[in-house]
Design a protein around this ligand. Structure first.
Ligand code: RFL
Length: 393
């Protein structure tokens, strides 16, 4: 079997690349380790930046999103028992769009497989990449039905298989991977409860950070800072809601709306960046190339940014023989990746400095936070970075 492009991974990055290629008339095969149901139901991200929405729209991939997504125009910081609304749309003219990742993935799978006629195989096992330094690389996998090994020849491999995939592992030894470990955990929770506020809430408290992110009329994502490696079983229902209530308390705001916790997992907060994102005929995109802890809701946005550049670059090369997009791919992605890494780092200190136990860090973190509400220049800079740039993709 042979395809010009094999895409490993059917997350937001891989499916966007596949859709762009199909629209350009390029054949490709998407290989996904999980079943279609798992991929379409896995709860994860939910915040999309305006340029990412427009980038999807321009490629005919935002039909349902534009109908259903909710637009947000402010977030709120809670500290010292008060709520401080931060009206970012007033400052930038841009919004955050709330569209749960499983809905986006569902749309992208349907468009790719059922509208654009792309090939996709779910449930494949043991994907391996071969001969990436040649101009005829191959990808092998075990077929879930027959249990047989299959070999696919291609010209390019798009490595879009996330943080634990096979693509990053196929990079040559010596590839530079820059890492940062925050040394803290976040308990990520999904509650069957309507949002307790119409906006994202960030709670800074001596016990640790807490976050509230509306996802839909019936579901809300919450986060609680905890020790890294903490056992989610140590966070029963009552303890979670008591601690959320404490850390997100504000005198002039209603109490949280509680509900059943349908997801409860501890994230060890860390980041990494692979440089460059290309090795021979393997091009990485999304979490396979870089991870950013969900501090500033940037991960899915970066995955889409990579996918736009990679899809466009591959299509230009394979259809018209133009190589500029592919040649500049890694550098163009990494500029935004590092910009978002730095912003996440900056914001993380506001979240965690206050509870670090170090009075010096707590003092400077609070000063950083207060500046957003006292200095218009600081507020404008924050809003710009929080919403991402206005460039069109
Ligand atoms: P994905 O979505 O992980 O997709 C990778 C796909 O590859 C498959 N796969 C393999 N397939 C074949 N062979 C293998 N060996 C394979 N190994 C893995 C996987 O099954 C999967 O289907 O990566 P992609 O496309 O790069 O997308 C990245 C985003 O998913 C990620 O950055 C975000 O979810 C991060 N993130 C958030 N990002 C935002 O922009 N806004 C948010 O609000 C936000 N919240 C979050 C998040 C991530 C979270 N977790 C679970 C870490 C909240 C959480 C809790």
């Amino acid at each position: 079997e042979s395809f010009p492009v094999v895409v490993v991974g059917a997350g937001p990055a891989g499916l966007t690349v596949g859709n762009i290629l199909r629209a350009a008339g390029v054949d490709c095969l998407v290989l996904e380790a999980e079943s279609r149901d798992v991929v379409e139901e896995r709860p994860r991200a939910g915040v999309m930046e305006e340029w990412a929405v427009r980038g999807l729209e321009r490629r005919g991939l935002a039909g349902r999103l534009l109908e259903r997504a909710e637009r947000q125009s402010a977030c709120e910081f809670r500290f010292d028992g008060q709520g401080y609304r931060f009206p970012y749309t007033e400052l930038t003219g841009r919004h955050h769009w709330i569209y749960p990742q499983p809905m986006l993935v569902t749309d992208l799978v349907r468009e790719y497989a059922e509208v654009r006629g792309g090939a996709i195989r779910f449930g494949v096992r043991d994907v391996r990449l071969h001969d990436l330094d040649s101009d005829r690389p191959t990808v092998s996998y075990t077929d879930p039905g027959s249990g047989e090994r299959r070999l696919v020849r291609c010209a390019f491999v798009a490595g879009c298989d996330g943080a634990r995939g096979a693509s990053r592992a196929a990079l040559p030894t010596g590839t530079r991977v820059a890492r940062h470990d925050y040394g803290i955990g976040w308990l990520a929770l999904l509650a069957e409860a309507p949002p307790s506020s119409d906006r994202v809430l960030f709670g800074m408290h001596a016990n640790g950070f807490a976050g509230h992110m509306p996802r839909s009329a019936e579901t809300t994502r919450y986060y609680l800072q905890c020790p890294p490696g903490d056992d989610p079983a140590d966070w029963p229902h009552d303890r979670v809601w008591e601690e959320l209530g404490r850390r997100l308390h504000a005198a002039d705001r209603p109490p949280l709306t509680e509900g059943r916790l349908v997801e409860k997992r501890v994230l060890d907060m860390h980041n990494y960046v692979v440089e460059p994102m290309v090795s021979g005929r393997l091009l990485l995109a999304g979490d396979a190339a870089h991870l950013v802890a969900p501090i500033a809701a940037k991960g899915m946005n970066l995955a889409l940014h990579d996918a736009f550049l990679l899809g466009d670059g591959l299509a230009a090369y394979l259809v018209k023989g133009e190589s500029a997009g592919l040649d500049g791919y890694s550098e163009a992605c990494l500029r935004r990746v590092w910009d978002y890494q730095e912003f996440s780092q900056w914001l993380a200190e506001i979240y965690h400095g206050t509870s670090s136990g170090d009075p010096y860090r707590a003092g400077t973190a609070l000063a950083r936070l207060r500046r957003l509400f006292t200095s218009p220049a600081a507020a404008a800079a924050f809003a710009e970075q929080y919403l991402g740039t206005a460039e069109a993709y």
